[in-house]
Design a protein around this ligand. Structure first.
Ligand SMILES: C[S@@+](CC[C@H](N)C(=O)[O-])C[C@H]1O[C@@H](n2cnc3c(N)ncnc32)[C@H](O)[C@@H]1O
Length: 207
């Protein structure tokens, strides 16, 4: 494919996704679309320096990852979004019957508050979803089968800490979905294997 065709395809995908995502919010009574730069975070965490800005995941990218995992026989009941921001990924995942427990952890109190306000307004399965204040670098997961989702929340330093603290659970019981997987080499170094990758969308699944 020539690079011009590639560029055009990418632009069409981006336009389609932003329209789809705007409607996602509109129909559910929430707001997750607007970006929040890191300078506006109020967290006191020493890991702020490693964080990326808030940006809600595109529905289409998360859909691919959830459905691809299911096609590998990985249909976990629990969904965990690490760095959940305004809650977009959790709201989206809660619409799948397979997920009976949906949790988001977020280290910025202001974003966490927005996700909780969104949850009150959410026209959907509110009862499945919990948002908790937590820093991924210190977070200890429940030792249970989980679909872990990361949308490029932080750099390799925090990613490595999160993996190291939860490695046995992740290796034995989880599938990890990584969107905009800029630091995927850290997953490899920690012994995880890539079972799916979309190079254009920079998304992948790890076991
Ligand atoms: C790109 S946004 C993704 C938001 C959400 N996962 C989604 O897909 O809609 C990344 C989020 O990770 C959060 N984050 C960054 N570093 C974190 C850390 N150490 N612990 C917890 N959350 C963190 C940011 O505050 C931001 O809300």
């Amino acid at each position: 494919m020539t690079s011009l065709v590639k560029k055009l395809k990418d632009q069409v995908f981006r336009k389609k996704s932003s329209v789809e995502d705007w409607f996602f919010d509109f129909y559910r009574g929430i707001e997750t679309v607007n970006i929040v730069p890191r300078e506006q975070f109020v967290t006191q965490s020493e890991n702020l320096h490693y964080a990326n800005c808030y940006h809600g995941v595109w529905c289409s990218n998360l859909k691919t990852l959830i459905e691809e995992a299911a096609s590998h026989g990985l249909s976990m009941k629990r969904f965990l979004d690490v760095g959940s921001g305004k809650g977009k990924a959790c709201f989206y995942a809660s619409e799948y019957d397979q997920f009976t427990e949906v949790e988001g952890i977020e280290f910025d109190p202001k974003l966490l508050e927005i996700s909780k306000q969104n949850l009150k307004k959410f026209r959907g399965h509110q009862e499945k979803i919990t948002f908790t204040l937590g820093d991924a670098a210190e977070y200890k997961m429940k030792d249970t089968e989980t679909f872990i989702f990361l949308f490029n929340p932080f750099d390799s330093f925090v990613l490595n800490k999160f993996l190291k603290n939860n490695l046995e659970t992740i290796r034995n019981k989880c599938v990890l979905a990584y969107s905009n997987h800029l630091h995927k080499e850290v997953l490899e170094v920690n012994g995880l294997k890539c079972i799916f990758e979309n190079k254009e969308r920079k998304t992948s699944l790890w076991k």
